[in-house]
Design a protein around this ligand. Sequence first.
Ligand SMILES: *[C@@H]1O[C@H](CO)[C@@H](O)[C@H](O)[C@H]1NC(C)=O
Length: 703
Amino acid sequence: MSMEGTILFAVVGRTQYGFDIYSVDVPASFDSLRGETVPLTENLLTDGVSVNFNGSFARSEDGREKLLYVSERTGSPQLYINSEKRTPEMGPLHGFPIGEDLGDDGPSGLFFDKPSMHKDKVFFVSTQRGLDRPRECNTAVYSSCLTMGRTIRLTPKGVADFSPSLSPSGKWITVASYEGRGWQGDIHDLHTSIFVFNAEDGSQRRLVAKNGGWPTWADDDTIYFHRKSEDGWWSVYKVSNWAEAGDVVEAQRVTPPCVHAFTPACPTTPAQNWIAVATRRLDSKWRHIEIFDMASGEFIPVTEKLHPERHHYNPFVAAGSRRLGYHRCRDLGAVQDGEDGALFSLRIPRLEAMECPVKSLSLVRMEGFFPSVSPCGRFIAYNRSLAAPLTFSLNIMRRDGSKSWLITEENFFSSVWDPQREGIIYGSMGAIFAPPSASVQLAALHVPMDALTDDVDRVDCKLKVLTRPNTGNNAFPALSPDGKWLVFRSGRAGGEGKNLYIMSAEHGEDAEVRRLTCGEWTDTMPCWSPDGQWIAFSSNMHGVDEGSFGLYMVHPDGTSLHRIQPRSHGVTSSDQNGVHEVVHGRINHVKFSQDGRSIVFTSDLAGISAEPISLPNQFQPYGEIFVSRVDGSELVRLTHNAYEDGTPAWAAVSIKLPPQPQAEGPPLFASSGSEPLTGAFMEPQFLSQVSEEMKFACCVPRQ
Ligand SMILES: *[C@@H]1O[C@H](CO)[C@@H](O)[C@H](O)[C@H]1NC(C)=O
């Protein structure tokens, strides 16, 4: 399909990750770790520049240790391999012709995760190109032969597998899978089960344990995994002799209540009776890697002694050695040039060009929310989340990201530029995600455009409030193409609903306010079509369930209200008998293309792509950016990642950013504008909340 211009979208937290992979050698005696001074040296294994995570050690035939890992140096997660040195010896592994003959089943090429290697084969999880069914996860395990350049899919069609792990002999793979159940919208405790299949061709697939994630091998007979226990604590469980046991095996709990222990990794040497886990403890707000000594039932802290106030993620252990790897945000105090010439990047780009599956479109990820491009196309207005979560300041940046200005520190969210008048930006003042009756006011800011110069960082503006006090929660303004009218959603009618209203953009509520939709549900995030004929918006009028916002269109005079069901081939919204099958799924923040023929929106139609417990907090990890025709046909998924992608804008201009870096070199962050890396991201809230039952489980001594 021909689509033009640029789609800008926001991510939550991800720009602050600054992850690098580090390793320590676990001493032979744990006694030395219990002391005050720690005999541990941490080694940096990745470039210190991009976002690097999810490593695994592999040994090549000549006995050299290699690191396989995921790096986002090109914007999207790709696989890399290093040996000894920090610079990748090999470029992204997807440089091999992979998945050519796999059609829609083939890997998207935009998402690769959790690599492992045996002989000349790399195993990994990727998202597939096409969608099987709406709101199904799309991840599958593949193997790619480095010498032959051939990729095969090991996960059956229609099944979603996560977190693959290769057995020490290279014969088996274990995964967490939704097999038979499908994704139900779960993002905390995933309802996956543990399966095993043959690494050669995916055959002999069987269920090993119900309810679990992140499986890992101790030896070819023994699998450890994590699960949220009935008492509320995340714990590590173990299944022994899975092959002999006929049916599903009863898993044995390994770690006790009163500490969350998850994402296990095992040393695969028989005599070693320990596992490495990530933990969250009652008395700490940090995620740390600890060793759980199976003989004594004791936890032994590792990373807490090195970097007490930093989160550490996803441990992995080298086969036949005591080398323990993990990732964390790099040292913020590090100098620009580390020893042996390593570059450290303590800056993050304001704008990042992403590879786009629709070749005629530009796709740009940004450090900021609610982007909106000025009528002349030279500036982008956007919201930034300040230190306090859910406070959104208003900012403006140049189109290439090279300079930005703070406009107001007050909450001014869902900002949008007037399509006719260069200096006017509309937004909502007050709390975001507030109930219908909360006082949230719509306002227009008059920005003196000549004041946006290189030598200043902030400009003061005149503010005009457009709504009257005590008119409830007014937000998400959108302008008619002539700039005369403003459609917004409001809770002013009282009751539980929020509906759409239209008023004069210039005079606000001093002139007339007209109600466009009516009902005890939520109509929100409206957008006006470029020809002025339609208003598209999100609503749950088909069923008052918070999780099921659908996409609707209505004429500005309130006629021809109808629902749009996005679909690609394979993703259908009605069956052969003409019976309307409702496609559940969230569709939010819809925007029209300049020619009015296409729309962009954020949705959970592709489920989730990774286990959220292994990442920092993502409120809505299922958020991905999609485009389709205005009638919902020709749906295409544009983003493939584990992050919350949201608030897209469709700009008519093509935003050209510096070229993507070479696989070998560091990313060219500095050349478009950047912000300092602060490492400020959150842990998943479900790991920090401790219920009364969980506290009670803590007090009961375990047998
Ligand atoms: C890393 O690997 C784990 C385990 O396979 C997976 O579940 C997780 O989501 C991966 N991705 C990230 C970004 O941590």
